[in-house]
Design a binder for this molecule. Structure first.
Ligand code: UDP
Ligand code: MG
Length: 335
């Protein structure tokens, strides 16, 4: 029986390069072994340009092209999650629509699946189109998160990864957090893992949708999601300041006994400012965790689907049944 490869592609305002992506990817997919069929599942993440129309045309021309159309922009991660939810494949590959992730690697990925690998992370060798700042901050981020978290992250792992149906099932059912880092989950679920190296090409057209600000937000959220160390900062800094306080007290008593009450205006101002700074930072960190708790508690959908093409909703409903799903009236909202 032939197997199915699902290629999940998140699309946000990618009209200029989309045709080229489609032709290059289908050419690569035709090179798969005869025992593998494929589906090309595009998730249109609320594009404001003509990407939606173009994808509709493609889905009309080619029945292997499936389309999941969001009601608005929900972000790259939400798009990948929706793609995994809707994919029917024995192997699922997530990739970007800008040809930075070379489709030429798809046959190699299938080979790895054939060898029994279940989670395949594509590791970027070079990122020519990302600037120096992005490259430096990215490596600093991975160093920090690997120190703070129990999960060991592959540096330079990208949003280009592949999972088999068993691993995908875990992502569908158990990793539905509202504030999340999909790449991190993929690396933390275990299974038979392997990596494949690739060289990131320059974008085919358009520009990156990830600003430095967005990346910073993303990094902070990831740190908070994968580590509770920041939450414990209060205890550590409390212990250090308590020790410091005792030393100060001894010093003050000593000078008071020897020379009378010391004048300490500068010391007091510096101490109070410093202590308040530490305190506010810690309160801020606690606030960040509360914001995450709040988002989880509200349990809003990760994405909302407006429309689909060449997709049978029953497929998804059978794979993905959760209580809150039925609360949404139809199966289009992904919790
Ligand atoms: N993307 C998306 N929703 C967004 C932002 C980006 O689906 O809100 C898609 C985008 O179309 C592309 C992929 O995610 O296919 C990666 O985005 P981008 O190339 O801008 O990121 P970079 O490669 O610069 O990290
Ligand atoms: Mg890109």
């Amino acid at each position: 029986m032939s197997k199915l490869l699902s290629v999940v592609v998140s699309v946000y305002n990618e009209e200029p390069g989309l045709r080229e992506f489609y032709s290059e990817t289908t050419a690569a997919l035709r090179g798969l072994p005869a025992s593998w069929d494929y589906e090309l599942l595009f998730v249109n993440d609320g594009s404001g340009d003509g990407s939606g129309c173009l994808l509709r045309e493609l889905a009309k021309e080619d029945k292997r092209v499936r389309l999941v159309d969001f009601s608005r922009n929900f972000g790259h991660e939400a798009a990948m999650i929706a793609g995994i939810d809707y994919a029917n494949g024995d192997g699922i590959v997530c990739m970007d629509a800008d040809l930075q992730h070379p489709p030429g690697l798809l046959p190699e990925i299938v080979e790895k699946f054939e060898e029994g690998c279940q989670v395949i992370s594509m590791v970027r060798l070079k990122n020519k189109s990302a600037g120096l700042i992005k490259n430096v901050t990215s490596s600093a981020f991975y160093k920090l998160i690997n120190r703070l978290s129990d999960v060991k992250f592959e540096p330079n792992a990208s949003d280009f990864f592949a999972v088999d149906s068993q691993a995908a099932e875990v992502l569908r059912k158990n990793y539905r957090e509202k504030v999340r880092f999909l790449r991190g989950y993929v690396q933390s679920i275990g299974f038979e893992k392997t990596t494949l190296a690739y060289e990131a090409r320059p974008r085919v057209a358009g520009e990156s949708k990830y600003s430095l600000r967005k990346l910073f937000r993303f990094s902070v959220n990831t740190l908070l999601c994968f580590s509770d160390l920041p939450l414990k900062l209060g205890i550590y800094s409390g212990a250090v300041t308590a020790l410091f306080g005792v030393l100060m007290m001894l010093y003050t008593i000593h000078t008071w006994a020897k020379y009378g009450a010391p004048s300490g205006y500068a010391t007091i101002v510096v101490l109070i400012s410093f202590m308040f700074a530490v305190l506010f930072v810690i309160v801020g960190i606690i606030g960040e965790y509360i914001a995450i708790l709040f988002a989880e508690l509200k349990d809003r959908p990760v994405y909302i689907v407006k429309d689909t093409m060449n997709v049978r909703n029953e497929d998804r409903a059978a794979k993905f049944v959760r209580k809150s799903d039925s609360d949404c009236g139809n199966s289009a909202a992904g919790v």
